[in-house]
Structure formats: structure tokens, C-alpha cells
Design a protein around this ligand. Structure first.
Ligand SMILES: Nc1ncnc2c1ncn2[C@@H]1O[C@H](COP(=O)(O)OP(=O)(O)OP(=O)(O)O)[C@@H](O)[C@H]1O
Ligand SMILES: [Mg+2]
Length: 350
């Protein structure tokens, strides 16, 4: 990825909160110079759809109050997006640009006029005259809604990215590209969406979105115990305020976590069965729901692989003079996408 110019401000509008992150290149490397967190009400984003734009505009305005830098990289929710690895005959860049629209029609179940297409050549296989291309199609309407909200809050959206790629950006910044013989899986689990991204032979080999994450666990606790959402959330996250959690909380968490881990396993089994790859070597998890030990442990047990958490602060340690450490406390796994977005630059070609 060729890039120049200043780092953009990363703005991750998730279904439960907005995360804002700003990085700066210093002589000692990258440093985190700003982190902002603003919780969103339950009815702002439902099932990945923006239904209460006012609360989001208001949150953004608060987070950017008195801030001069307004050029931002936004995260698009994966709900309206399709990512596919496709094979095409080897083409020159300008030929590919012309043909990708037609090619995408065969792979994307939406009308071509309704989607915005982006793509990246992953590699060429000279022997059989083919190249692998990563095709990304996002519903134009959803992207427009998102950028309109940002503009209404006074921001200038420059880049739009997806969870899977921002997490991969952070991973590569910390650990480098894995060697070709190693298959690494990045799993990002937030409130409504869990994204699985397999990196193999140095490229994104497979991605899948699972429409289940932390919110499903909270809802199950709420239903099973007959408590409010706030109470269920507090029990799940180990927060104070409602006293010690009733004992039924833990089996409820474990059951829902196991359903999610089973879904993840199904995705990885599918990848292994169809890719010719024979093993997964390392798994890294991020997103708020990766705070749950039971999720990390269940994924590790089901896959038989060590699972680590991806700490974005290793990519950009916070500047203690500028970032209040309490703002980040317990939230570093939730900050991964905003850090990945903030790694993007103003002038950049992917
Ligand atoms: N310590 C914790 N233990 C368990 N769950 C937690 C903890 N901290 C946060 N979570 C859960 O993580 C989720 C929020 O994570 P995150 O901020 O990554 O999601 P989001 O970006 O708002 O959602 P999405 O990307 O899915 O739209 C919530 O479901 C929250 O309950
Ligand atoms: Mg998120």
C-alpha cells in the first residue's frame, strides 16, 4: 500500500459506541495522541442499520468539539457489504478497472448501480494465466447515509474501510505479515457483528461476517434472568452497580459464547475444506466481546490453537501527556478498528 500525507483521524461508528483515534508519527515511532469514546443509545443502530442518525451526529460533534483535524477515515458496517475473492484472467491495471464492474455482476447479488465496487489484486498465477482479486461491494445507499452523517457533524470523510481490513492493518503493524507457511486468523467480535479474516500465504484468503456478537449474550442474560438490559450488560462485563451476579449468569454466557464459537468453527472448517490449506496456526481476537475469557478459551478449545488478544496499543503506545489512561482502561480491544482506521493516510492508494 503506497501512502503519503498525514494520518487520518479514525472514526469507528459501532452499534454500541463511537470510537475516535488519532495517531502521530514521532521520532520513536507511532504514538496515540487522542482517544475518544462515546456510547450510543440502543436505538441509534439496530442490526447494523442506522435508524437514529441524530444521536450519532450529536456524538460526533461532542467528540470533535474544538478539534481542528476533521479529515477522517470511517468504518462501514459489514451488514451491507460483500467481500469475495475471485479469479480472473491476468489483466493490465487499466483493463482490470474497465472489466471489474462486469465481472462483479456475476459474483454480487445486487444491481450494479446500487453498489460501490472496490478491489485489490492479491496475486497472479502466471502458470495458469489467472490472477486473484479481492472484490468488495458496498451498498451505495448505506455508504451515502454514513458519509452524510459524518458531513452533518462537520467532518470530511476521506476513506471508508471495513472491520476485517482495519484489524489486519493493526495486526501487520504489530506482528508483520505472517510467513507464507503460516495461516493466521483474525477474529473481531463487537456487539452485533463478528468478522473472521483468514490470512494465508501473505494474503487475505477468506473473510466471513457472522451476525452475532456481544449483544446476543446480553439479550440471552436479559431474557433468561428477566432483568433489564443495563443489568444484564453489567453482569456480563463484571461491572459494579447491581451487586454480585446471580449464579445463572455464567452458564447463560457460556451457552451463548459456545454458539458463537461453533459458528466461528463452521466458517474455519469451510475455509479449510475449500482452500487446500491444512491447518490454522495462530488466532488473534479483538473487539469488545473478546474481553470475555470464556470466548477466547472456547475458540481455543474448539480449534485446538492458542488464541491471543490483539492489543492495538502495541502499534501506537499512548502519549501519556495527551491521552488520559482511564479513558482507555478496559477499552483497548474496542479501539482496534479506530486505530486501524487512523493508520490510513490522506493520500493513499490501496
Ligand atoms: N469487559 C467486557 N466483558 C464482556 N463484554 C464486553 C466487555 N467490554 C465490552 N464488552 C462488549 O463488547 C461489545 C461492544 O464492543 P465494540 O465496541 O467492539 O462493539 P461495537 O463496535 O459497538 O459493535 P459492532 O462493531 O458490532 O457494531 C458490547 O456487546 C459489550 O457488552
Ligand atoms: Mg465495532
Amino acid at each position: 500500500m503506497a501512502s503519503e500525507g498525514k494520518n487520518l483521524v479514525g472514526v469507528d461508528i459501532g452499534s454500541t459506541s463511537i470510537k475516535v483515534c488519532e495517531l502521530k508519527e514521532t521520532r520513536r515511532g507511532l504514538s496515540l495522541v487522542r482517544f475518544g469514546f462515546h456510547p450510543l443509545p440502543e436505538d441509534a443502530i439496530v442490526d447494523g442499520q442506522i435508524v437514529g442518525p441524530g444521536a450519532i451526529v450529536d456524538g460526533l460533534q461532542r467528540l470533535f468539539h474544538k478539534q481542528r483535524r476533521k479529515h477522517v477515515a470511517l468504518r462501514a458496517s459489514g451488514h451491507g457489504v460483500i467481500i469475495k475473492k475471485i479469479s480472473m484472467p491476468i489483466l493490465k491495471p487499466e483493463e482490470l478497472r474497465e472489466q471489474i464492474g462486469w465481472e462483479s455482476e456475476q459474483h454480487i447479488p445486487f444491481d450494479r448501480t446500487e453498489v460501490q465496487i472496490d478491489y485489490q489484486v492479491l496475486g497472479t498465477r502466471e502458470a495458469d494465466g489467472q490472477m486473484d482479486v479481492l472484490l468488495v461491494a458496498a451498498k451505495r445507499e448505506e455508504i451515502n447515509d454514513l458519509t452524510n452523517i459524518a458531513r452533518e457533524a462537520g467532518l470530511r470523510p476521506v476513506v471508508i474501510d471495513l472491520d476485517a481490513f482495519t484489524v489486519q492493518n493493526v495486526f501487520e503493524r504489530i506482528h508483520g505479515m505472517p510467513p507464507h507457511h503460516e495461516t493466521v486468523v483474525l477474529i473481531h467480535s463487537g456487539a452485533s457483528l463478528t468478522t473472521v479474516n483468514v490470512i494465508s500465504r501473505g494474503i487475505t484468503a477468506f473473510t466471513r461476517d457472522i451476525a452475532m456478537a456481544g449483544e446476543a449474550i446480553t439479550e440471552d442474560i436479559q431474557r433468561r434472568l428477566g432483568v433489564s438490559r443495563a443489568e444484564a450488560e453489567a453482569y456480563k462485563c463484571g461491572l459494579e452497580g447491581y451487586g454480585p451476579p446471580p449464579p445463572e449468569v455464567y452458564p447463560t454466557i457460556d451457552e451463548t459464547v459456545d454458539r458463537l464459537a461453533a459458528e466461528i468453527q463452521r466458517s474455519l472448517d469451510f475455509y479449510l475444506a475449500t482452500s487446500g490449506d491444512d491447518a490454522i496456526h495462530r488466532i488473534y481476537m479483538s473487539g469488545g466481546t473478546a474481553n470475555l475469557d470464556s470466548l477466547v478459551n472456547t475458540v481455543a478449545a474448539r480449534q485446538g490453537v492458542v488464541v491471543e488478544r490483539l492489543d492495538p496499543l502495541l502499534a501506537a503506545p499512548p502519549d501519556p501527556k495527551l491521552v488520559d489512561p482511564t479513558a482507555l482502561m478496559g477499552r483497548s480491544l474496542q479501539a482496534v478498528v479506530s486505530v486501524g482506521l487512523a493508520l490510513r493516510k490522506e493520500k493513499e492508494r490501496r
